[in-house]
Design a protein around this ligand. Structure first.
Ligand code: KIV
Ligand code: NA
Length: 265
């Protein structure tokens, strides 16, 4: 199979074919999602929440992101694999940003990195791109700055914030980003950004006018108990499925019904 490239993603924007993206954090999930035909797999720092059980994305380390990325890369033969630079590995220091990005590329074999922020991190983005590493931007709700905002509610609802987001999106494009994620902003604002940029805009909670969509896979398959924001479409209730399977297994073990004659040597 032919590997998805930034060039192909750019062509998809031009032809109007929507880009499908989901997060993945391990080999097994990556093999299924890659088989299904996802265009992009994101090793998101949401691993901090859904894999490690932290309340925020801040604690996850570069080493941990690389570990997750290694498994995803081994499982993905077609999808373009993007890895989040974790909090503290790039902010305000372009040299450190570059060395973090290089570690991810070298040690995991991923195809690109994603960083949260706009004009403040343009220096870092340019430096990473100069080294030949594709960069995806991320604007709107940026979970690494949760303590600056205090909530995970919709962003850029007022005019000033919306203008800043548009400026940031243009700055990311000018810096050379191959795509930008817009998280949890009004659909009408995302529409304007998607129309004004020539690079793909991937939305999460940003309406239907983006060039592609991304969701956290654990949320999308219903494995994240009690998390159901408006933007989330839940395709499975895997929490209930696994609960039922685990309970059936317990019952069989207790009843001495497992293993049976065929399930032994
Ligand atoms: O870490 C993550 O899952 C993300 C997506 C929500 C875009 O950054
Ligand atoms: Na992220």
């Amino acid at each position: 199979v032919k590997r998805i490239t930034t060039h192909i993603l750019q062509e998809m924007k031009q032809s109007g074919e929507k880009i499908s993206m989901l997060t993945a954090y391990d080999y097994s999930m990556a093999t299924v999602l890659d088989d299904a035909g996802l265009d992009v797999l994101l090793v998101g720092d949401s691993a901090s929440n859904v894999m490690a059980g932290h309340e925020t994305t801040l604690p996850i380390t570069l080493d941990q992101m690389i570990y997750h990325a290694q498994g995803v890369v081994r499982g993905a033969t077609r999808a373009f694999v993007v890895v989040d630079l974790p909090f503290g590995s790039y902010q305000g220091n372009s040299k450190e940003a570059l060395s973090s990005a290089i570690r991810i590329m070298k040690e995991s074999g991923a195809h690109g990195v994603k960083l949260e922020g706009g004009t403040e991190i343009v220096d870092s983005i340019e430096r990473i791109i100069t080294a030949g590493i594709p960069v995806m931007g991320h604007l709107g709700l940026t979970p690494q700055s949760i303590y600056k905002f205090g909530t995970y509610t919709v962003r850029a609802k007022d005019e000033a914030e919306a203008e800043k987001l548009k400026t940031d999106a243009m700055a990311l494009q000018d810096a050379g980003c191959f795509a930008v994620v817009l998280e949890k902003i009004p659909a009408v604002l995302a529409k304007g950004v998607a129309e004004s940029l020539h690079i793909p805009v991937i939305g999460i909670g940003a309406g239907p006018h983006c060039d592609g969509q991304v969701l956290v896979v654990n949320d999308m398959i219903g494995l994240t108990k009690g998390f159901k924001p408006r933007f989330l479409r839940q395709y499975l209730n895997l929490y209930e499925e696994i609960l039922g399977a685990a309970q059936a297994y317990i019952k069989d073990v207790k009843a001495n019904d497992f293993p049976n004659e065929k399930e032994q040597y």
